[in-house]
Design a protein around this ligand. Structure first.
Ligand SMILES: Cc1ncc(COP(=O)(O)O)c(C=O)c1O
Length: 423
């Protein structure tokens, strides 16, 4: 749907009257930036001190904090303006979820990801990991098996274990520097006790955008074994180099029958501190009812007013800011690839297809994992995530967050090179 048509339908749905006066109007027109680069500057180094930033809390003694997955950029000015205008209304009372919220999510999935989502399929939910935990509780019992595909975002495993579920690995395979799912391996690990597979789409930390064909094959195998798929699509809005993200539930009919999608604007619009800003898409009515019964039973299905405002703003207006951001990230990733290719020997970057996380293969340095972490975090003063925390296949790797001005990335690369040269 074109922006104007969407505006009309949002207005027809009562969006304008459901939002605080002025917010929708300014989101859609008044705050529209003059053009790419005119109202934002990703090269600007933002002072995050005193903001309780978890990431920057490790930027001590001159270290560069390039670990946990938020970015050091200002959010989209349109989102900021919408939040400001809502705060200007002073009263933050109990708030219902307006129709504009559902319209915004459906509009975004359709225009950005080519996914025709029906109104009933979408709902607000707590953060992505909180929602996956609620889904574990809904669809599995203690002792049931949950499949993850490491190296992968570690909370999938950690929370499943905490909840008394058994985690089974189906590790990714890496062929010529490119990661793939091991679908034959998957057939072997699935059994009657396996109830869920957690898919990371796009994949953190290896940065893969899964193809429609892979997702459809995955869906066919899982459905045949009675396994449902939780698809974490939190990085979906950040495909690089003009690529497209394929939502799991849109891959084929089987995927729509067995899939639950969890997503949020928090990575792409850099709103991770605005917790509780996630949403889910569940096409199958029976699964949807079960999941929402759980969420409602623990009062977890009511987003905060600021989450609503930020999501509607992010997903309603023309995404110039986001397009500029991904373009900037393309350049940063190219820079990291080129400079690490030129040396030091022993480190190879895996080119991400999405998001701002670069998976560095450091096995060529032949260091133990503690020594590798010491090299990055202490010798180079570049705080990264430990590859081994992502499970099987993570040993010898680190994850570098390049969601920051390119000057900081250049400084990090230079420090890494110097530290390796001194080995
Ligand atoms: C793949 C993935 N899922 C979920 C999260 C966290 O989501 P939330 O903060 O909504 O729980 C992250 C954060 O880094 C992530 O990378």
């Amino acid at each position: 749907m074109k922006r104007r048509a969407f505006l009309k339908s949002a207005a027809a749905a009562g969006a304008a009257s459901l939002l605080p006066a002025g917010v929708l109007g300014s989101v859609l027109s008044g705050c529209k930036p003059a053009g790419a680069g005119a109202s934002w500057n990703f090269d600007e180094v933002i002072d995050r001190s005193g903001t309780w930033s978890i990431k920057q809390s490790r930027a001590v003694d001159g270290k560069l904090a390039m670990w946990i997955a938020d970015m050091d950029f200002k959010t989209d000015p349109v989102v900021r303006a919408a939040l400001e205008q809502r705060i200007d209304r002073d009263v933050m009372g109990y708030t219902f979820t307006p129709e504009a919220y559902y319209e915004a999510l459906m509009h975004w999935e359709r225009t950005r990801h080519g996914f025709e989502v029906e109104r009933e399929w979408v709902g607000a939910c707590p953060g992505v990991i909180g929602s996956i935990c609620q889904a574990y509780l809904t669809f599995t019992e203690p002792g049931d098996r949950i499949v993850v595909q490491p190296p992968v975002y570690n909370p999938f495993r950690d929370f499943a274990v905490r909840l008394g579920r058994e985690v089974v690995d189906n590790p990714l395979v890496c062929r010529d520097g490119r990661y793939e799912m091991d679908l034959e391996g998957l057939e072997r690990v699935l059994d009657a006790r396996t109830k869920v597979l957690v898919l990371c789409n796009p994949h953190n930390p290896v940065g893969i955008l899964w193809s429609r064909e892979t997702l459809a094959r995955l869906a066919e195998i899982c459905e045949r074994h009675g396994v449902i798929v939780f698809s974490d699509e939190i990085h979906a809005d950040l495909p690089l180099y003009g690529r497209r993200h394929v939502p799991f539930c849109s891959a084929c009919d089987a995927a729509a029958r067995i899939g639950l999608t969890f997503a949020a604007p928090t990575k792409s619009f850099n709103l991770a501190g605005l917790t509780g800003t996630a949403y889910c898409i569940i096409p199958d009515p029976e699964k949807r009812k079960r999941f929402y019964d759980t969420l409602r039973s623990v009062k977890q299905s009511e987003p905060s007013v600021l989450s609503l405002v930020a999501t509607i703003a992010a997903y309603t207006h023309e995404p110039e800011w986001l397009d500029s951001l991904t373009h900037y990230l393309d350049g940063t990733v190219d820079y990291v690839m080129d400079s690490l290719e030129a040396g030091p020997a022993g480190i190879k970057a895996v080119r991400p297809e999405a998001s701002f996380l670069v998976w560095l293969d450091c096995r060529g340095l032949q260091l133990s994992q503690p020594d590798l972490m010491h090299l990055f975090n202490e010798e180079a003063g570049v705080v990264v995530n430990d590859g081994s925390s992502y499970g099987t296949g993570g040993e010898g790797f680190v994850r570098l967050n390049v969601g920051c001005p390119r000057s900081v990335v250049a400084e990090a690369v230079s420090r890494i090179r110097d530290a390796v040269a001194k080995l």
